[in-house]
Design a protein around this ligand. Structure first.
Ligand SMILES: NC(=O)c1ccc[n+]([C@@H]2O[C@H](COP(=O)([O-])OP(=O)(O)OC[C@H]3O[C@@H](n4cnc5c(N)ncnc54)[C@H](OP(=O)(O)O)[C@@H]3O)[C@@H](O)[C@H]2O)c1
Length: 276
């Protein structure tokens, strides 16, 4: 039985808490909120609109107590990136694993995650795009740009008005995949792939890659209908990272690089430019 502690009980964390509590192979042992949160000390059932669960919400300054008392195998963080960096140090030093769903980290932060995982021999899964479908979209973006390397590529994304980072981390990663695909096909990428971002209403999340040639275009679209898509990804992440040492991303969980390598090596997809 995997013991899980959830950090951040906002829109996404709450959905993940509900789904973890329904699993047979894992147990939610505690949740952590910020020091001044109104959720501190409450039963998680009260926050989620469920009957009493016996699972309490602790504050960020009680993280050491939570580690000592419950010995969680895996922490899952959907809070905010400034808070997360402090949590990661303590959790990694105590050799517990963590799935980081929070976004907005700098390159230096990510480097620090890698260092901590190596130094402490703990498992860190950095998953700024935890939805399985979005990861498949990234793989497809890479493949399309390898084959249609003379097409023009543009990304558009839309999220709810509360989302702070813009463009989304996922859109930036899709752009990286397109650039990697183009480079694979010998194209020198001089300018970054254009990204258009919309922040409006309650849109959960939508990403579109358009590859347009002279005579046709392909569009790859991923849309999350609800936050359960994030929770599904989080469950996969928890099962993957338990007991592992090192720094990982969702592409490791889903073995996407293996898929890409086998696709291109085994089926010998022609990488020639498209012809009219
Ligand atoms: N990886 C993905 O695919 C994915 C998907 C969705 C969202 N996200 C990311 O996940 C994060 C949360 O998103 P959301 O939409 O759930 O936001 P949200 O509704 O604002 O929830 C964030 C929660 O974090 C809590 N929090 C703030 N400081 C904290 C601290 N020091 N310790 C513990 N909890 C703290 C806040 O509540 P209290 O102040 O009451 O504690 C709040 O409930 C964002 O970075 C978002 O971009 C990622």
């Amino acid at each position: 039985m995997t013991k899980v502690c959830l950090i951040g009980l906002g829109r996404t964390g709450s959905e993940i808490a509900r789904i973890i509590m329904k699993q047979r192979d894992m147990k939610l042992v505690a949740a952590i909120c910020s020091d001044f949160s109104s959720k501190a000390g409450k039963d998680i059932g009260e926050i989620l609109g469920l009957p009493e669960t016996g699972i309490k919400v602790y504050t960020s300054s009680q993280v050491n107590y939570v580690i000592e008392k419950f010995k969680p195998d895996v922490f899952v963080d959907f809070s905010n990136h400034k808070a997360t960096m402090n949590y990661i140090s303590v959790i990694s030093e105590n050799k517990a694993a963590i799935v980081i769903g929070t976004t907005g980290f700098s390159k230096t932060d990510i480097m620090r995650m890698k260092v901590l995982a190596k130094k402490n021999g703990s498992g860190i899964l950095y998953a700024p795009n935890i939805t399985v479908g979005v990861n498949v979209m990234m793989l497809l973006s890479n493949i399309v740009s390898r084959i249609l390397s003379d097409y023009d590529f543009e990304i558009s994304e839309a999220h709810h008005k509360h989302k702070k980072d813009s463009p989304s981390g996922t859109a930036l990663k899709i752009a990286d995949q397109v650039e990697e695909g183009l480079q694979y096909s010998g194209v020198k990428v001089a300018e970054s792939i254009p990204i258009h971002a919309t922040r409006a209403g309650g849109i959960i999340g939508r990403h579109k890659l358009m590859a347009a040639g002279e005579n046709d275009k392909i569009e790859i679209i991923h849309e999350s209908f609800n936050r359960k898509a994030f929770a599904d990804g989080a469950l996969r992440g928890i099962r993957f990272i338990k007991g592992k040492k090192g720094y990982f991303e969702m592409k490791d969980v889903l073995e996407l690089e293996k898929v890409l390598a086998s696709f291109f090596d085994n089926s010998k997809v022609p990488l020639a430019k498209s012809s009219s």
